[in-house]
Design a protein around this ligand. Structure first.
Ligand code: NAP
Length: 293
């Protein structure tokens, strides 16, 4: 079994970006700049945003973290986004999800200038993805594609099964794997909570992407021998013996699936790190596009 180690694959992406940013700075160019907005005090969101900001700094990007209280109104958040949309030094804007219940997420996503939409969640970005046009690919599916590329995994002609159809993971992942591209050209089955015979379908997958958010849902008896298994899930599971009081679990029962799979991503240390790599690449792409315009 090959461990698809996100630490190794993401470090390679970051190394390449670090060199590129150093080159821009040496040439006297402006520094690429990502702005992240965090509303409220969700523990997991705080961790994700802190990690994104840290990685920006490590590769030489400028970053701005806008922290807003849980009580922030939708109007105030939209005003902040408008300000960042207009700020010439800001290349990419991300709003960490989920947002507090009183804020309409779709409205917020659609308020981000598509030219700065480095999370790739804006309908304009999603529409371009569907049509195979250049765009910002949502960071998690993009990171998975970078992982497939790093480990040179053949997808052409394979049957890929994706569990989950969300706009941020499952749906774009299924589009990318079925696209006419080097790490696409797979035949894709998308599964969701209304899929009957899920186990039988999963067993047909040469590639299995688990993005449903149910800890250790995918067991060994659902996985074809030798399959490439990508575990997207991140769930905090309470555990009094853990220092933080919880453990991070993926959607795949790692130990038993490792005995069957041909390759498998760990959680943590897999797709999560690749997601940040995808975000950083999108930010640099936004920078180049804005500088070219
Ligand atoms: P989501 O919006 O809740 O979507 C979950 C999808 O899984 C839905 O399409 C749902 O079907 C399907 N599903 C749920 N239970 C199922 C079941 N028993 N059988 C078959 N399908 C089922 O979640 P998400 O935002 O896509 O995230 C999925 C997981 O990935 C979460 O654990 C999340 O934390 C994690 N995640 C990780 C990263 C990363 O960087 N590694 C990034 C984003 C998300 P319906 O559509 O029918 O409801």
């Amino acid at each position: 079994m090959i461990l698809l180690d996100g630490k190794i694959a993401s470090a390679a992406v970051r190394q390449q970006l670090t060199t590129e940013v150093a080159g821009l700075k040496a040439a006297g160019k402006r520094t690429p700049h990502l702005a992240a907005i965090l509303v409220g005090n969700n523990g997991a969101s705080e961790t994700y945003v802190a990690s994104k900001v840290k990685h920006c700094e490590e590769i030489g990007f400028a970053s701005t973290l806008v922290r807003l209280p849980e009580t922030t109104t939708e109007a105030d958040l939209l005003a902040k986004i408008s300000e960042l949309n207009q700020a010439p030094e800001i290349d990419g804007i991300l709003v960490q999800l989920p947002l507090p219940k009183h804020i309409n997420e779709q409205l917020v996503i659609q308020a981000i200038d598509p030219s700065k939409d480095v999370d790739g969640f804006h309908p304009a970005s999603a529409g371009k993805l569907v049509q195979g046009l250049p765009t910002f690919i949502p960071a998690t599916p993009y990171g998975i594609m970078l992982m497939l590329e790093h480990f040179n995994i053949t997808t052409k002609g394979k049957h890929a099964v994706v569990i989950g159809r969300s706009n941020i993971v499952g749906r774009p992942m299924s589009i990318l794997l079925s696209s006419n591209s080097q790490y696409g050209n797979a035949t894709v089955t998308v599964c969701h909570s209304h899929t009957p015979n899920l186990k039988e379908i999963c067993l047909q997958g040469d590639i299995l992407v688990a993005a449903l958010g149910r800890p250790e849902f995918v067991k060994a008896d659902m996985v074809k021998t030798g399959a490439i298994v990508i575990d997207v899930g991140i769930t905090r599971v309470e555990d009094a013996t853990a220092k933080k009081g919880f453990r991070i679990k993926g959607d795949v029962a790692f130990d038993e699936v490792a005995a069957v799979a041909g390759a498998l991503t760990p959680v943590p240390g897999g797709v999560g790190l690749m997601t940040i790599a995808g975000l950083l690449k999108n930010t640099l792409q936004a920078y180049y596009q804005r500088n070219a315009g």
